[in-house]
Design a protein around this ligand. Structure first.
Ligand SMILES: [Zn+2]
Length: 484
């Protein structure tokens, strides 16, 4: 999605000057040095699913300072001491940690507002281009103005790469140089892609280990799941390579070498997937899940993008009537037309049908990963077709539940699991000392995952955003897109 971020910079600076200054004006006056008390709330413990009723959560600066019983006799006295406190009456409401989207592409400044308005307080960019690096630096000045932004390196692919602006690592020597260059840019995580050769991948994984960097992204076709995992792949995205892994014993592809498979993939990627799916042996799904569990490998499963990339023309047409289209700019909307997407433009209606029919495999693998206790991270891959910053996190949660995860497990993929992956024990939980990234909900998401959409307020790094402020943020994004 790199070219999207490039062409957008002009539009973005207009947005910055007009909209964000207005947003900051009200934020600073109500935030600095004051305590916020979320009063009489039900806290959901996302480790256990327990609900701690009638609690007061006291937020000081950007941290949760105290959690006490609402019935505490000292409550009144405490409140008098802090006359400037903002007290939020949360009676009957539910408090969860801020949600995290572990696969995004940052394409415009409005991504900040769209995520916050949806209760998303941390995002991981999967392409650390210059705009992303600037945004990370900029958020250090005003962390409450957007979700925490992590990023992997730039996209590292073989020669020629699938996406034109990728960093190419054609051989082992170049791969080592690329890793060191990305480390020098400040990244501690490498994004690897489908066309890397085994020699380049091995050099990447060795150099990554020397520099304590993680390896995340696609399993390169010529490397394959088993070899990549043995060499230290940390986090597999989109369950890439699953169709090859699941080939039945009598499949013609099962007998091919990895070099031959990569040649088939290069010839026609859509056709390759359709043919592979004809020889899938679902009995091998459990073995796949056990293998990832054994090796401590994470999966950012990205169900929604696996579904949306293969939509039939009819299903796609319906999504062009989605009322949320107003929240994405014209350039992204244009990109969502398959005519303008190099990956999709030569795909026939019949091929889209066949590819769509394979989506249940991704649901089944996700269920198996959860059952095996393999670690899952939530990622949306916005702005791939019809994937909205922020909003689509809730769709992805619902798809996890459709796959067979409990609402509790689904919520863990967007809270405590990302915190664990990022080695941040101050994130992903409602507990004393944690960063105050919180979402207040009208209803219990453990009884119905769709309740994550019923947002009654968001706290980002200690700053309270009321429902009215969140609505205003969305309206500003809409107006800005209309003015383009
Ligand atoms: Zn992506």
């Amino acid at each position: 999605m790199k070219y999207l971020t490039r062409v957008n910079s002009a539009a973005r600076s207009t947005f910055l000057s007009v909209t964000l200054i207005a947003t900051f004006a009200f934020s600073l006056s109500s935030w600095a040095n004051e305590k916020t008390i979320i009063s009489n709330v039900n806290i959901i413990d996302l480790r256990t699913g327990d609900i701690h009723q009638h609690k007061d959560v006291i937020i000081d600066q950007d941290r949760i300072a105290k959690i006490r019983s609402h019935a505490n006799p000292n409550r009144k006295k405490d409140q008098n001491k802090n006359k400037n406190s903002t007290v939020i009456n949360a009676k009957g409401k539910y408090l969860i940690p801020g949600l995290m989207d572990m696969h995004i592409h940052y394409y415009a400044e409005d991504n900040m507002a769209l995520n916050l308005a949806n209760g998303v307080t941390l995002i991981r960019s999967m392409w650390g281009d210059e705009d992303v690096r600037k945004k990370i630096a900029n958020l250090k000045e005003t962390p409450e103005s957007g979700p925490t932004l992590y990023s992997t390196s730039e996209l590292i692919d073989g020669d020629p790469p699938i996406w034109k602006p990728s960093i190419v690592a054609a051989d082992a020597k170049q791969a080592r140089e690329v890793v060191i260059a990305q480390k020098d840019l400040g990244f501690d995580s490498l994004k690897v892609y489908s066309r890397l050769s085994p020699q380049a991948f091995t050099a990447i994984s060795k150099t990554a280990k020397e520099h304590q960097m993680t390896i995340v992204g696609h399993i390169p076709v010529e490397v394959g799941t088993e070899s990549a995992v043995k060499q230290g792949m940390d986090d597999i995205h989109h369950i890439t390579d699953i169709l090859v892994y699941l080939q039945s014993d009598d499949s013609p592809f099962g007998k091919m070498s990895r070099t031959q498979l990569a040649a088939e993939y290069d010839k026609d990627r859509r056709k390759f997937s359709i043919e592979l799916a004809k020889f899938v042996d679902k009995n091998k799904i459990e073995r796949y899940a056990a293998f990832l569990k054994e090796n401590g490998v994470w999966s950012t499963v990205t169900l929604l993008v696996n579904k949306n990339i293969n939509l039939t023309p009819r299903a796609r047409q319906a999504l062009f009537e989605d009322e949320r289209l107003k929240y994405v700019n014209q350039e992204v909307r244009d990109f969502w037309d398959p005519k303008n997407d190099f990956r999709l433009k030569n795909t026939s209606a019949e091929q889209f049908e066949a590819l769509s029919d394979n989506f249940p495999i991704w649901l089944e693998v996700t269920r198996a990963l959860d059952k095996a206790g393999a670690k899952i991270l939530l990622g949306t891959d916005t702005p791939n077709p019809f994937i909205y910053p922020g909003f689509s996190v809730h769709e992805e949660l619902a798809l996890m539940v459709e796959a067979g995860l409990s609402p509790l497990s689904a919520l863990q993929t967007a809270t405590i699991n990302p915190a664990e992956f990022l080695k941040r024990d101050d994130l992903g939980e409602v507990k004393v000392g944690a960063i105050a990234d919180l979402v207040l909900l009208d209803n219990n998401p453990l009884t119905d995952i769709r309740n994550t959409r019923r947002i009654a307020g968001v706290i980002n790094k200690g700053k309270w955003f009321s429902p009215a402020q969140l609505t205003q943020m969305l309206e500003e994004v809409e107006q800005n897109n209309r003015a383009q």
